[in-house]
Design a protein around this ligand. Structure first.
Ligand code: AMP
Length: 218
């Protein structure tokens, strides 16, 4: 069975979500976004959701133990055998080590690591204007990628696009800081394991998709 697997790395706002959706559609593999999984728990007001809500709103990371357990449980589903795109995980070295163990147990190969590189100015502009459709999840930006009709989703015609509660300017700056302090060391970690490829995340969105597709299938 073909197996296309990668960790899509990059700062918040680097385009991981947009690109992961495209790659998953193309390769017919699951999109494992830990941020989306946690937001779904918050929306459902589950025990886990209630536990993590304040941390998400603060822009800090939830604990390694908690997120590792969420990912371990997701890898219990059979669809990961065909591959997957990990988006937002791992974010610390402890999480990267937990992932290696999970994959080892399942006898799955190590994934490629593709890093989307985007400068701080662009990240802030992208994040503070970001909108999504609460019905189908389609992503937009107030000025860089607005819907055809204001506030109406192009894809499913739902009225009322929403901003993430952690996309306000103060929380965005906090999240970028958390990325630099806690997640950037992972770049070196994967580089040393020769798993890492850097991709220019400021290029045209279709060009980035083409580049990622080719890296993932090589
Ligand atoms: P994201 O959608 O990837 O930007 O994640 C949104 C928020 O969910 C983050 O700011 C963290 O609070 C939490 N989160 C998502 N993934 C992780 C992770 N791998 N480790 C810790 N916290 C996470």
């Amino acid at each position: 069975m073909e197996h296309y697997a990668c960790i899509l790395m990059g700062a918040p706002g680097s385009g991981k979500g947009t690109q992961a959706k495209r790659l998953c559609e193309h390769f017919k593999i699951p999109h494992i976004s830990t941020g989306d999984m946690l937001r779904a728990e918050v929306k459902a007001q589950s025990d886990l959701g209630l536990q993590v809500q304040a941390v998400l709103d603060s822009g800090k990371l939830v604990s390694d133990d908690l997120i590792n357990a969420v990912v371990q449980s997701r890898f219990g589903q059979d669809d990961v055998k065909r591959g997957y795109i990990l988006d937002g995980f791992p974010r610390t070295i402890a999480q990267a080590e937990a992932l290696t163990q999970i994959l080892d147990q399942l006898r799955l190969p190590l994934p490629k690591v593709l890093l989307l590189e985007v400068g701080d100015e662009s990240l802030i502009t992208r994040l503070t204007g970001r909108l999504s459709c609460p019905n189908c999840g389609e992503l937009y930006h107030k000025t860089l990628n607005p819907p055809r009709q204001p506030d109406v989703c192009d894809k499913c015609a739902h009225e009322g696009l929403v901003a993430r509660s952690d996309d306000d300017r103060a929380t965005v700056l906090k999240r970028l800081n958390v990325f630099k302090e806690e997640t950037a060391p992972l770049v070196k970690y994967f580089e040393e394991k020769a798993q890492l490829t850097c991709v220019n995340g400021e290029a045209d969105v279709d060009e980035i998709t083409a580049e990622l597709k080719s890296r993932l299938s090589s």
